[in-house]
Design a binder for this molecule. Structure first.
Ligand SMILES: Nc1nc2c(c(=O)[nH]1)N[C@H]1C(S)=C(S)[C@@H](COP(=O)(O)OP(=O)(O)OC[C@H]3O[C@@H](n4cnc5c(=O)[nH]c(N)nc54)[C@H](O)[C@@H]3O)O[C@H]1N2
Ligand SMILES: Nc1nc2c(c(=O)[nH]1)N[C@H]1C(S)=C(S)[C@@H](COP(=O)(O)OP(=O)(O)OC[C@H]3O[C@@H](n4cnc5c(=O)[nH]c(N)nc54)[C@H](O)[C@@H]3O)O[C@H]1N2
Ligand code: SF4
Ligand SMILES: [Mo]
Length: 691
């Protein structure tokens, strides 16, 4: 027997930071030497000591051998100067021939506030292009649009997440937080432990639905009818909070009239949800002293997503919930910086501070911060799918700079989007790994990631957090801010493009000052001293705003606005040729396009392949056995996946995750008229057995 006399393991210095992935932005401590040790932080309210499997294994992102470490020009390793000189020269050539809008920019909701801000500034000020949008358009844009029109402000949760624990009822429409934000469930459990009740609306019996006191299982794409039906019951049963409606809202009469036509039996025929269950859901909400209505992507990612969210907001307003402490409506924002990423100007119609690019006062303010003339700022550009769809066409951009997204996997009608990307004269991708989109690029720029750099993130609560650098980046890798600076130097001059995130943040504070998302009073020091600062925060001595609507809404008259909406069927309904609904979403082990998580062994061990959830009755009819390879065929393409036979899905619906190539070959890019959100959550397909 030998006794090891090795020295005791040195205690590694741990850095307090946040997870690389979703909008919960769980607090974690990261300690790095030869290995990476991750421990959950207890001081961050969102996760309070919890992490999901993706968070626990995030250290592998830092040590992965798959990491890009050198710029690539047509697949060949080159130095940074050569790569950036090439990109700058090609941008110049394209713009000389096609004008400023010949070059487009696509960003991401995973980028820090500093990067999102700088990307928007780079597009408008250096490229002078209007053609910039980002993947958040595919994410919570419908909820954002509906919140803006109802409340005059879009802050995902306009209250701290811990309020959920104190509620008596929570309704989640189209969110599967047990898989998409596991530590979120703690807040729901806290509520249920106090006797509160959870209602879930989902076409599938998800891990979240299994924890619910009541599960409504509508056909995909019918939430709008369901919400109208719930409002109808609330009205006819006398549950409307008339004092609140009179004192704090406007426009109820029109909504009351339109809800009259959505009697429960009619809604049952459309949604498949039994009348008794609708009545029970309405009762649970009406009986609760404090109630919260939440929407996730299931209700939002539709060509009528904005109206659907409006219908749920109308329901919340009729019950008197928004702007009342402990109650409210909220959207469960998805990406790591999904909230901040939609505030600081990487969106086609937007300038920093959640300002509108077509508002003369906003243009004047931002132009002054940037030291340019307002008329030198371009106007609004195309939305994400419209931008991708226009690439390489006669009227569209000929070059694309892409930071923080993998549309070859994640965009709707991805086969077509891939063709558009291939048709470009120049595709430049900044990424950590060789994503499917980076693999198409003429130039790939290797960039630093979360724990290798510092920057702020705004979580789903609207709480601005600081991610501290915890590890040195691999040699040869540059941050996105350094990349933008390198390009700015070559195209316009370095001024205004510092690579230090704190300098960028200080400018962002000034650019956002006076805007809706006002960060003027937020500093790195203030964030680090506590657990983040809620915007709006207009001054350094201002405490931040955890619950912005308590006294008034952000509309001109301070009242929340009811918006009348009507149900309509999916853009592509089922028929004889394509008799099944396809809906898509997520599994716990993978993140988004999978570019990061498909490289992590422990996650691949749990979920390694595309699957298709199919109901046993349907499986029997089609003679499909568990494990059979299925071909899912739709009007835009076909995809294969392994059959998972489960009663958890409706017999008229199949479900596929989109973390692998496949689901998005089928999805319908029909767009919501307000938010320009594609209809990811419903299209028509048929099934074939392969072999
Ligand atoms: N594990 C994991 N977690 C993630 C992510 C990830 O990729 N993986 N991504 C993050 C991001 S960016 C986001 S946006 C969030 C998304 O978080 P969620 O919104 O929770 O995720 P999804 O799985 O897209 O959709 C939620 C549910 O909608 C249901 N659904 C489908 N169609 C409909 C419908 O018509 N009506 C209703 N009511 N429900 C429907 C699906 O069955 C699914 O269970 O997750 C974040 N967290
Ligand atoms: N069918 C279907 N499709 C969907 C959805 C759905 O529910 N169904 N959901 C939609 C939603 S909600 C979303 S949010 C989108 C997300 O889809 P994508 O936009 O594809 O999201 P990610 O996979 O997170 O892509 C991020 C990419 O950026 C890289 N990256 C990470 N951090 C950084 C960074 O700091 N800088 C740079 N330069 N790169 C970085 C990653 O390695 C990865 O390649 O997918 C949408 N697509
Ligand atoms: S829930 Fe989201 S933020 Fe928390 S550990 Fe998982 S992926 Fe990270
Ligand atoms: Mo998302």
């Amino acid at each position: 027997m030998s006794i090891s006399l090795s020295a005791p393991t040195p205690v590694k210095a741990a850095t307090a930071t946040h997870c690389p992935y979703c909008a919960l932005q769980c607090g974690m401590s990261v300690a790095v030497d030869e290995t990476v040790t991750i421990t959950p932080r207890k001081d961050v309210p969102a996760n309070a000591g919890g992490l999901c499997q993706k968070g626990w294994t995030a250290g592998e992102l830092l040590t992965s051998g798959d990491r890009l470490t050198t710029p690539l020009l047509y697949g060949e390793p080159v130095g940074w100067d050569e790569a950036l000189d090439f990109v700058a020269a090609r941008i110049r050539a394209v713009q000389e021939e096609h004008g400023p809008n010949g070059v487009a920019v696509f960003g991401g909701g995973g980028l820090t506030n500093e990067k999102a801000y700088q990307l928007g500034k780079f597009a408008r000020m250096v490229l002078r292009t209007s053609q910039i949008d980002y993947n958040g358009r595919f994410c919570m844009s419908s909820a954002a649009a509906a919140a803006n029109r109802a409340f005059g402000m879009d802050r995902g949760l306009p209250f701290p997440i811990t309020d959920l624990g104190g509620a008596d009822a929570v309704l989640i429409a189209g969110g599967n937080v047990a898989e998409t934000m596991p530590p979120f469930v703690r807040h729901l459990t806290a509520m249920r432990d106090r006797g509160g009740r959870l209602v879930v609306i989902d076409p599938r019996v998800t891990a979240t639905a299994r924890q619910a006191d009541l599960h409504l299982q509508p056909a995909p794409g019918t939430d709008l009818a369901l919400a109208l039906g719930l409002l109808h019951i609330v009205i006819t049963e006398g549950h409307v909070d008339e004092d609140y409606v009179a004192g704090r809202t406007s426009g109820f009469d029109g909504v009351r009239t339109s809800a009259a036509a959505w009697w429960p039996e009619r809604v049952e025929r459309i949604t498949g949800v039994p009348v008794a269950r609708m009545r029970l859901a309405a009762e649970i909400l009406a009986d609760a002293g404090r109630a919260v209505i939440l929407t996730g992507r299931g209700a939002e990612q539709h060509a009528k997503g904005t109206d659907t969210v409006s219908a749920f907001i109308n329901l919340a307003l009729a019950l008197g919930l928004p702007g009342r402490e402990g109650s409210g409506y909220g959207c469960i924002t998805g990406q790591g910086n999904g909230q901040g990423g939609r505030e600081h100007g990487q969106k086609a119609d937007q300038l920093p501070g959640y300002r509108r690019i077509d508002d003369p006062a906003a243009r004047a303010h931002v132009a002054a911060v940037w030291g340019i003339a307002p008329e030198d700022l371009p106007g609004p550009g195309r939305s994400a799918y419209e931008l991708l769809d226009a690439l390489g066409t006669a009227a569209g951009p000929r070059a694309l700079l892409l930071f923080g997204s993998n549309p070859v996997i994640s965009a709707p009608r991805a086969g077509h989007v891939t063709e558009r990307l291939r048709s470009l004269d120049l595709l430049v991708v900044s990424d950590l790994v060789m994503s499917e989109t980076a693999a198409l690029a003429d130039v790939v720029l290797p960039t630093t990631q979360w724990a290798e750099e510092s920057g702020t993130m705004t979580n789903l609560e609207g709480r601005v957090l600081l991610r501290h650098q915890a590890a040195a980046p691999p040699p040869g890798v540059r941050s996105d801010l350094e990349i933008l600076r390198g390009l700015a130097v070559r195209l316009r001059g370095a001024e205004g493009f510092p690579a230090d995130p704190r300098e960028v943040f200080d400018e962002l504070r000034r650019a956002s000052a006076g805007g809706i998302a006002d960060y003027a009073g937020i500093t790195y020091e203030r964030i680090a001293a506590g657990t983040g600062v809620f915007w709006p925060c207009p001054a350094e001595d201002h405490p931040g705003t955890p619950r912005p609507f308590l006294d008034r809404f952000a509309t001109p008259d301070g009242r929340a606005r009811f918006v009348p909406v009507e149900h309509r069927p999916p853009e592509e309904d089922i028929d004889r040729d394509y008799p099944l609904y396809l809906t898509t979403g997520r599994v716990l082990a993978h993140y988004q396009s999978g570019a990061q998580t498909r490289r992590i062994a422990a996650l691949n061990a749990v979920a390694s392949e595309v699957f298709v959830e199919i109901h046993p009755d349907l499986a029997e009819r089609l003679e499909v056995a568990p494990g059979d390879l299925l071909r899912v065929v739709g009007r835009r393409g076909a995809a294969e996946g392994v059959a998972r036979v489960t009663p958890a899905v409706r017999p008229d619906t199949v479900f596929m995750p989109f973390h692998w190539a496949g689901a998005n070959l089928l999805t319908n890019p029909a767009l919501d008229p307000v938010s320009r959100m594609p209809e990811f959550k419903v299209c028509a397909v048929k099934l074939e057995r392969v072999g």
